[in-house]
Design a binder for this molecule. Structure first.
Ligand code: ZN
Ligand code: ZN
Length: 303
């Protein structure tokens, strides 16, 4: 049983530099973008030389490709009722999946999007449809297409176990193992799941997602929350420094479901404007990982 702690490392200088920063920080997992996340990137492919440099950098960093997650572009709304926008989002998602598969990573996570017309059921069906399309066009590999739970702002879908379960229920059994989901602690807390109440409360949240989907999460995003419980605010702060607080992260890391899956920090960076050729790890990420390891080793924090 291993804690695969890592971070979404800055890719200034390219994704091989993100891998080098992660390796130099002693990280066991890594998250990256496969293209500029504010664009659809529905025409962007991974060039062979870029792939080779990334694979080489991961190898030197001692990070298994299976422990790398790609985060899809934020602009993709695969839940939208607007047919034109949906086509573009579905094409963007398929391309994210194609790039992630080419990079050989363990999974690509995406935010399912928003039911802007208020019809959540139809929106959930459209997310499944976009996933089915991506699965149909990208050849089978060990790279998985993973739904990330949302903070529940506005009409966003994918907040509850039932909604994520319904999206995955829309995937044919033959390709269902190529899909899954992951949980972001800030999004859980902001959408009303009280992870900080007690160890039992946190365990019950994980149980509910597992019961609705038939499987444990494929990754966790370890972010504390600036916003209050149920605030629907997606504002990440460093672990232990927000409204969730340190104890809940200790409980989570002691759960068997947090073992052997990527545990990714998506929290503010000490040096967001790092130079292209600077491969030092971010000091705040390194400190947060040390803090998480200490919390995981504590045995007396039963709340
Ligand atoms: Zn995300
Ligand atoms: Zn996240």
């Amino acid at each position: 049983m291993t804690l695969l702690l890592g971070a979404h490392c800055i890719d200034t200088g390219g994704i091989p530099m993100a891998a080098r920063r992660a390796g130099n920080g002693g990280m066991r997992a890594l998250q990256i973008f496969s293209a500029i996340p504010k664009f659809y990137n529905d025409k962007v492919s991974v060039k062979p030389d870029r792939l080779a440099r990334f694979v080489e950098a991961l190898d030197a960093a001692g990070i298994a490709p299976a422990h790398v997650i790609v985060h899809a572009a934020y602009v993709l709304n695969c839940a939208t009722p607007d047919a034109e926008k949906w086509e573009r989002a579905a094409a963007g998602l398929a391309k994210e999946f194609e790039r992630s598969t080419a990079l050989g990573v363990g999974g690509v996570c995406f935010h399912p999007g928003a039911a802007t017309d208020g019809d959540r059921e139809a929106a959930i069906a459209r997310v499944s449809e976009a996933m089915r399309r991506a699965l149909a066009v990208v050849p089978a590999s060990h790279t998985r297409l993973l739904i990330e739970n949302t903070a529940g702002a506005g009409t966003t879908v994918g907040r509850t176990p039932a909604e994520i379960g319904a999206m995955l229920d829309g995937i044919p059994a033959a390709v269902r193992p190529r899909t899954g989901y992951g949980l972001d602690t800030c999004h859980l807390f902001a959408s009303g799941y009280d992870l900080a109440g007690s160890r039992a409360a946190l365990t019950a949240v994980l149980d509910a997602f597992q019961a609705a989907t038939g499987e444990p999460p494929a990754f966790f995003h370890l972010n504390d929350s600036e916003g209050a419980l149920g605030s629907n605010r997606d504002r990440h702060v460093r672990v232990g420094d927000g409204q969730i607080g340190p104890a809940a992260f200790g409980w989570l890391l002691q759960d068997p479901r947090a073992q052997d899956v990527p545990l990714i920090l998506e929290t503010p960076q000490a040096h967001p404007d790092i130079a292209e050729d600077d491969d030092t790890p971010d000091a705040w990420d390194v400190a947060s990982i040390a803090r998480l390891q200490a919390l995981a080793a504590e045995t007396s924090r039963d709340g």
